[in-house]
Design a protein around this ligand. Structure first.
Ligand SMILES: [Zn+2]
Length: 389
């Protein structure tokens, strides 16, 4: 039986040391060369075929056993956040402007632990592709690997992802069939007026006043246009002008993002925002242009794959599982793989207390090493279920 005991005390000590080393040396975006090298070295030591530079700095480890055509893809993300870590842990980041504040150091470690354990297994029949992708945080890494032929070069029947989650007890896994994480759309509104002397506003077309009115009007998108039964949020996060203390600006840029779970909601938000931007600008004699872009698609877990994930969690020693969890408010570029293959994303408890219980992306967030055996155990149980006898 695959379980938490699959990680021996010696292996757990080694994996914990590796996780902390990764935490001390975070890298961001596609610039994850040292992390990718370390992952490749570990996979190679475990006896896997290793392919590097997939989608820039992605790494794929391939484990082939037996003769079956069955195959499964397991994905972890390599990148950290571009922020300073605040904290006094012994393994605090040594790199300025980089911090593993989303726990991807733990994802890497757990997937490597699973690769090492499964490389020893003799009862598998099929292929496991261990996918280590860069640039999850920017929402570009998964697509870069796909664009580089990931799914043709390393065929898989289904793909699985795991994200750690603070606020859930260690050893608890949660997922659901269907939409599991939010989409994120970003918008930029450029308002053109004509600036001038602050003492003579009558000779200007003030885009700042139009912009201020627009920010307030945007607050009505969710409250007046979106069905109350749907979830949505619109946040304006930047308001930039080219004015100065005594100069009425000629141009204003407003940026922000919107989130929800349903493409229908995304399209309602877009339409309403366009109408508000054009209408408010026109009322002030200014012009507005709006650019609206999809940053992250929602993760939509497919049914059979989710059932396989839940069964694997049930077979993992000491693990509790919630198969009908609520939807997550964050976004994940794992969604890109699900455009091409069935699959399932799960979340794994990182604990409730201290640095392990703070929100993801907190400057003092730290992955909980006590979760390592559960993550490794889950991955192994999933693969055994997929490729086992
Ligand atoms: Zn993350």
């Amino acid at each position: 039986m695959a379980g938490a005991h699959i990680v021996s005390p010696d292996d757990l000590t080694a994996l914990t040391a590796l996780r902390r080393l990764l935490h001390q040396h975070p890298e961001t975006r596609f610039d994850v060369a040292a992390t990718a090298d370390r992952v490749a070295e570990e996979l190679d030591d475990a006896g896997l075929e290793v392919t590097m530079e997939v989608g820039g700095s992605g790494v794929v480890g391939t484990l082939r056993r037996g003769t079956a055509q069955r195959s499964i893809g397991l994905r972890a993300d390599l990148d950290a956040l571009p922020i300073d870590e605040r904290g006094d842990l012994a393994h605090t980041s040594q790199i300025a402007g980089a911090h593993h504040g989303c726990g991807h150091d733990g994802h890497i470690t757990m997937l490597l632990g699973a690769a090492q354990a499964l490389a020893q297994a003799e009862d598998l029949d099929g292929t496991v592709q261990f996918i280590f992708q860069p640039a999850e945080e920017t929402g570009r890494g998964a697509q870069a690997m796909i664009d580089d032929g990931l799914l043709d070069r390393f065929p898989i029947d289904a793909v699985f992802g795991l994200h750690n989650l603070p606020g859930l007890p260690v050893g608890h896994l949660a997922t659901r069939v269907g939409t599991f994480t939010a989409f994120e759309d970003v918008f930029t509104i450029e308002i053109d007026g004509s600036g001038g002397h602050a003492s003579a506003p009558q000779h200007t077309t003030d885009p700042l006043v139009a912009g201020a009115e627009m920010v307030l009007a945007l607050q009505t998108v969710v409250s007046r246009a979106v069905d109350p039964a749907d979830h949505a949020v619109v946040s304006v996060t930047e308001f930039v002008t080219d004015g100065a203390r005594n100069i009425i600006p000629g141009q204003v840029t407003i940026r922000g993002d919107s989130r929800g779970y349903d493409d229908r909601v995304s399209s309602t938000i877009r339409t309403r925002m366009e109408r508000i931007a054009a209408g408010v600008a026109a009322a002030h004699g200014a012009r507005a242009q709006i650019d609206h872009r999809r940053e992250f698609a929602p993760v939509v877990n497919t049914e059979a794959a989710t059932h396989a994930a839940v069964r694997a969690a049930q077979r993992t020693d000491g693990m509790s599982v919630d198969a009908t969890a609520g939807r997550m408010g964050f976004s994940e570029d794992f969604a890109q793989y699900l455009n091409h293959r069935p699959g399932c994303l799960v979340v794994l408890g990182n604990g409730i207390e201290g640095p392990h219980g703070r929100s993801l992306h907190h400057p003092s967030y730290d992955f909980n090493d006590a979760a390592i055996p559960f993550g490794v155990g889950y991955w192994c149980a999933l693969v055994r279920g997929w490729l086992g006898p």
